[in-house]
Design a protein. Structure first.
Length: 109
């Protein structure tokens, strides 16, 4: 997970798909840990744990990479902290996927 300034005042939060500690678990749980899956993780985290981040950045994932971008560096840093915690903790990822599926949330992977 890295946050870069792409142009003065514009930032991108990037995660290379397939590089996290939970990729194998994600696959075992029936999902493809690609950029679109991670967008779903971000959207679910924002909606359930950090609603104050809603609307403060945009998403632009692709198969090999998750990307959130915008001018609000602080919001992207907060999202990075949330996502990093999930990407490094299998139990947390398992709970997130179970909670998302129980609520009817669909990952677009």
């Amino acid at each position: 997970m890295r946050l870069i300034e792409t142009t003065p005042g514009k930032f991108s939060l990037l995660l290379d798909a397939g590089t996290t500690q939970v990729d194998g678990l994600v696959e075992k749980l029936g999902h493809e840990p690609n950029g679109y899956f991670w967008e779903g993780v971000a959207q679910f985290l924002v909606s359930t744990e950090a609603p104050t981040l809603d609307g403060r950045f945009s998403y632009d994932p692709e198969g090999g990479m998750f990307c959130a971008y915008g001018a609000d560096q602080t919001a992207l840093q907060e999202l990075a902290a949330l996502m990093t915690a999930v990407a490094a903790d299998g139990d947390r990822m398992r709970r997130l996927i179970a909670s998302a599926e129980a609520s009817g949330f669909g990952f677009d992977d």
